[in-house]
Design a protein around this ligand. Structure first.
Ligand code: ATP
Ligand code: MG
Ligand code: MG
Ligand code: MG
Length: 563
C-alpha cells in the first residue's frame, strides 16, 4: 500500500487563471486550466502528473473489468507494416485518417488507428485448433487517427489512449457470449467511472462491424445525436441506416433467412450480394402481422414483372384486405416465378416511414408520396430509413426523444471479415479449416476522462468521482508553518495515507483563498481544512466537493475514524 503523500508545493500542476481561447467546451477548458493536460500540437496532448493519475485510474478500472471476464492483456506495436493493411484491403479503404509513413528502407508503415490487422496476423499461425478457442486479448495503448477536425481537447484528438480487445471464436454462439460479457463489462466501466450513459444502436463505421453497440455518455457537448425512448430503445442518428433486426425471406420459398449481424442497409446489401451502387427495385406493403414488408430486388426488372412476382409469391406476406386495398387482383398476372435473387425484407424501423406504403392498381404502380415506378438506390433507401427525433420508436411506437452524447466505447461483432480476408484459420473439430469468428471492443480511455469532466463540473471547476480522482482527500492547512496547524495537518495526512486513502496536502505558502480556489478547480472529492480557529475548538472542516456541503468534524472523531 502506498503511503505517499502528494505535496502541492512540489507538484507540477500549473494552473491558468484565464480560459484558453481555443478551448470551447468545459472539459477542454478545465483540464487545461487545472493543469491536467497541455497541448503539444493540434489534437496532440501531454498528460501532466494529475492528468496521468486520472488516466491510470481509468485504465485500471478497465483492466479489472477486462481481467474479470477472462480477457488477457498484451501490448502490440504502434507501428504497423502496410502489408497487413493491404491484406485486409484497408490500406486503400481507410482513407486519410490513417497516418502513413515510409521508413528508411522505403517500406510503407502506418501508426495504428486500431489493431484488427495486427491481432489477426499475431495469432494466425499459432492459434490453430478449435480447442484453443475462444480467446480474448486486449491492450491499452495510444492510437493515431489523423482526424479531419481535431477538437474539444481529449474528446477528438489525433493521438489518444484506447483499450482495444479482440476475441476469436468457433461459432456465432460463442461470439455472442463474449459480446454479452463485454457489454456488461462496458456498462460496469461506465458506472465505475461515474458516467451517466446509454448503450445505443450504432453503425459499424470503418471497423466494419455488423452487430454493434455504442456506449454514449450523455452530454450537451457530445458530437453524437441520439434518439431514445422510455421503453429502453436508443440509437445513434448517425447510424441512420440502422435497420434494427430485419427479417429477410427467401422468395419464392418464403422461408426466413437468418441474417446474423445485419443491421445496416450497406450490410444487408453486402449480405445479399447486391453492390451498394446498384439500383434496387423495391415494392412494399404490410405483412399479416401489420409489419412493413419490402420486396428487395436487385437488377433490371420491370415493375410489372415485380408485381407479378409478388402475386406469384403466393400472397403469403399480404392479407386479402391488403390486396384489395392496393387494388391487386390475384389472378391478373398469372403465375410468374420470382426473379432470381429476390428477397423480401420486413423491417421494424421502416414502419415509421409512410413513403414506403405502396398502392398499386391496373394503371401501374404507385408509391404513396413518390412517383409511380420509382427506383430506389440503396443510398436513397438508407436515407429513408434514418431514425430521427419525433419518429415512432421501432420497439413501442412512442415518439422518439433526442439527446446528445459522447461515444466513450463501442463493441462490434466482426464475424469472419478480417480472418477471411487475411486467411486466418483454425482446424475445426471435423478437421476442416475455418476462419475465426471475431469480435472487437474499444474503450476511449482519454476520451472517457474528458467525458467524466463534462458530466462532473461547475463554475468553480472539476468535481471528480472518487473512483477516478487524482487523489481522494486534500488537506488544506490554512497557515503553513504555524506550529499548531502544520503538525496536525501533517499527522492527519499520514494517518489517512496509512489507511490507504490517497492524500494530497496543500503545503504551499499561499493565501487560503488561492488554495480553496485551486482545490475546487482541480476537483479533489474531499477537502479537509485545518485552521487555527477550528483547532481551538478541536475541529477541522470537511467539505464535499460534489455537493459543496461543509461540516465541522472534531479532530478526535476524525482520528478515531482513521486510526
Ligand atoms: P468517433 O465516432 O467519435 O469518430 P469512432 O467510432 O471512430 O469514434 P472507434 O473506432 O469505435 O471510434 O474507437 C473506439 C473508441 O476510441 C471510441 O469509442 C472513442 O471512445 C475512442 N476514440 C475514437 N476516436 C477518437 C479520437 N479521435 N479521440 C479520442 N478518442 C477517440
Ligand atoms: Mg472516428
Ligand atoms: Mg463512432
Ligand atoms: Mg465507434
Amino acid at each position: 500500500m502506498s503511503t505517499d503523500i502528494l505535496r502541492m508545493s512540489e507538484l507540477y500542476a500549473p494552473t491558468l487563471k484565464e480560459t484558453p481561447t481555443d478551448a470551447e467546451i468545459a472539459s477542454h477548458q478545465l483540464l487545461l486550466r487545472a493543469g491536467f493536460i497541455r497541448k503539444t500540437a493540434s489534437g496532440i496532448y501531454t498528460f501532466l502528473p494529475l492528468g496521468y493519475k486520472v488516466i491510470k485510474k481509468i485504465e485500471n478500472i478497465v483492466r479489472e473489468e477486462m481481467d474479470a471476464i477472462g480477457s488477457q492483456e498484451i501490448l502490440m506495436p504502434v507501428l504497423q507494416p502496410a502489408e497487413l493493411w493491404h491484406e485486409s484491403g484497408r490500406w486503400n479503404d481507410y482513407g486519410p485518417e490513417l497516418m502513413r509513413l515510409c521508413d528508411r528502407h522505403d517500406h510503407d508503415v502506418c501508426l495504428g488507428p486500431t489493431h484488427e490487422e495486427l491481432i489477426v496476423a499475431l495469432v494466425r499461425n499459432e492459434l490453430r485448433s478449435y480447442k484453443q478457442l475462444p480467446l480474448t486479448l486486449y491492450q491499452i495503448q495510444v492510437k493515431f487517427r489523423d482526424e479531419i477536425r481535431p477538437r474539444f481537447g481529449l474528446l477528438r484528438s489525433r493521438e489518444f489512449i484506447m483499450k482495444d480487445a479482440y476475441s476469436y471464436h468457433t461459432s456465432q454462439e460463442s461470439l455472442q457470449q463474449t459480446y454479452d460479457d463485454m457489454m456488461e463489462a462496458y456498462g460496469r466501466i461506465c458506472d465505475r467511472t461515474g458516467l451517466d450513459y446509454r448503450p445505443v444502436q450504432a453503425d459499424g463505421g470503418q471497423i466494419g462491424g455488423s452487430v454493434t453497440c455504442e456506449f454514449m455518455a450523455l452530454a450537451d457537448a457530445g458530437e453524437a445525436e441520439l434518439v431514445y425512448c422510455s421503453c429502453g430503445y436508443a440509437a445513434n442518428t448517425e447510424a441512420g441506416e440502422c435497420i434494427a433486426f430485419p427479417t429477410v425471406y427467401d422468395v419464392p420459398a418464403m422461408e426466413k433467412i437468418a441474417t446474423p449481424g445485419v443491421h445496416t442497409i450497406a450490410e444487408l446489401a453486402e449480405f445479399l450480394g447486391i453492390p451498394e451502387t446498384s439500383t434496387v427495385k423495391a415494392l412494399s406493403g404490410k405483412n399479416d402481422e401489420g409489419k412493413l414488408v419490402v420486396l428487395f430486388v436487385p437488377g433490371d426488372h420491370e415493375v410489372n414483372e415485380l408485381k407479378a412476382a409478388r402475386v406469384a409469391g403466393g400472397f403469403s406476406l399480404l392479407t386479402d384486405e391488403d390486396m384489395e386495398a392496393y387494388g391487386l387482383h390475384k389472378g391478373s398476372m398469372g403465375p410468374v416465378g420470382l426473379p432470381e435473387g429476390a428477397y423480401v425484407i420486413a423491417d421494424r424501423s421502416l414502419q415509421a416511414v409512410p413513403k414506403w406504403v405502396v398502392g398499386a392498381n391496373e394503371d401501374g404502380f404507385h408509391l404513396v408520396g413518390a412517383q409511380p415506378g420509382v427506383d430506389f438506390t440503396v443510398d436513397e433507401w438508407a436515407d429513408l430509413s434514418t431514425v430521427k427525433p419525433g419518429d415512432s420508436c421501432p420497439e413501442c411506437g412512442l415518439p422518439l426523444e433526442s439527446a446528445r452524447g459522447i461515444e466513450v466505447s463501442q463493441v462490434f461483432q466482426l464475424g469472419d471479415k478480417y480472418s477471411r480476408a487475411m486467411n486466418a484459420t483454425y482446424m475445426a473439430e471435423d478437421g476442416s479449416e475455418q476462419p475465426y469468428i471475431m469480435g472487437c471492443y474499444g474503450v476511449g480511455i482519454s476520451r472517457t476522462m474528458a467525458a467524466i469532466v463534462e458530466q462532473h463540473n461547475d463554475e468553480h471547476g472539476i468535481s471528480w468521482p472518487a473512483s477516478v480522482a487524482p487523489a481522494h482527500v486534500c488537506i488544506v492547512p490554512l497557515t503553513v508553518g504555524d506550529e499548531d496547524v502544520q503538525p496536525v495537518a501533517e499527522k492527519l495526512a499520514r494517518d489517512l495515507a496509512e489507511l490507504g486513502v490517497e492524500v494530497v496536502i496543500d503545503d504551499r505558502k499561499e493565501r487560503p483563498g488561492v488554495k480553496f480556489a485551486d482545490a475546487d478547480l482541480i476537483g479533489w472529492p474531499i477537502q479537509v481544512v485545518v485552521g487555527k480557529r477550528g483547532l481551538a475548538e478541536g475541529n477541522v472542516e470537511v467539505k464535499r466537493r460534489s455537493t459543496g456541503e461543509r461540516r465541522d468534524v472534531s479532530l478526535t472523531t476524525l482520528e478515531e475514524m482513521v486510526s
